[in-house]
Design a protein around this ligand. Sequence first.
Ligand code: NAD
Ligand code: ZN
Length: 342
Amino acid sequence: MKALVKSKPEIGIWMEDVPMPEIGINDVLVKVQRTAICGTDIHIYNWDDWAQKTIPVPLVVGHEFVGEIVDIGSNVIDFHKGQIVSGEGHIVCGRCRNCMAGNRHYCNHTSGIGVNRTGAFAEYIALPMSNVWVHNDSIDKDIAAIFDPFGNATHTALQWDLLGEDVLITGAGPIGSMAAAICKHAGARNIVITDVNPYRLDLASKLGATRVVNAAKENLSDVQKELNMKEGFDVGLEMSGNPQALNDMIANMNHGGKISMLGIPSEQTQIDWNKVVFNMLTIKGIYGREMYDTWYKMSMMIETGLDLNPIITHRLPYTDFQQGFDAMLSGESGKVILDWEN
Ligand code: NAD
Ligand code: ZN
């Protein structure tokens, strides 16, 4: 079968013929229909420090996908052929203290699809049944393909009460922009989003941000005055990984404000701890998605009218993968979908 493989320790990714995956008794075999390119795949493509330390070469990469179950292992009774599914990309151990307590998203031994083990940019993927999410029949396939990053946005945003609250999102990448849509759906009042890339700010405004802010040109205290906000943001969603953005956020929170941090800091970051202490802020780190509360909430938000379509800016046949990676590399894209059936 065809697959996109990180086959050499250098910049790039290559389409190769690889053996069909074999399934164990607890696995399902999925025929991949659509995939989406994640920022993580771009780190792998660029072969940066993180990728060099993390990725075993050769590796079939990719973890954002939707497909159809075409075979099941002999132990599998909850799933059947023909179901349209995505996979939770974090394979957990099931045996550590957190897993045993039912907190699988806190697993101490998480292994990532397309990062630590064979990924989804392929015609088929084998998946443990514990990682299968079955979609509602009505789901749009392109939206189903982005449940993984939609899940990051959901898990980060829904940490806190949003109804009537003033929310600051730093970073209008695909995940920050989807978070704006979720906050809108959940009834937030002001949804202010920052970025330094005008294309991305435009994208966020299409998804529900009520005020976009170019952080290179405007400052948040002026924006607060303009919006008649007297006391700062109630909720902060850090989705840029940029140290300055985090510091701006901390400086603009209401007393008692809540921050969830998804963005992976690009470097060691100093913050003003006095502001954290005297403004009584809560800062919570977020990794992945909750298994499977986040997936349930995503399905329900789509069912109740959340529209993520504007986030998908490119749809390409999988053979044009290079064009898709180039679009992501340019910064002028939202989500890029590769179609594995055409
Ligand atoms: P992305 O890189 O596409 O988006 C980040 C955005 O931040 C970009 O649009 C960039 O222009 C913007 N930015 C840069 N400097 C800024 C500044 N000073 N102020 C405001 N914005 C600024 O990433 P993404 O795919 O949307 O993911 C968002 C973040 O979440 C990334 O840091 C990513 O690595 C991280 N992530 C974390 C997890 C997790 O489980 N913790 C999962 C997925 C992604
Ligand atoms: Zn575990």
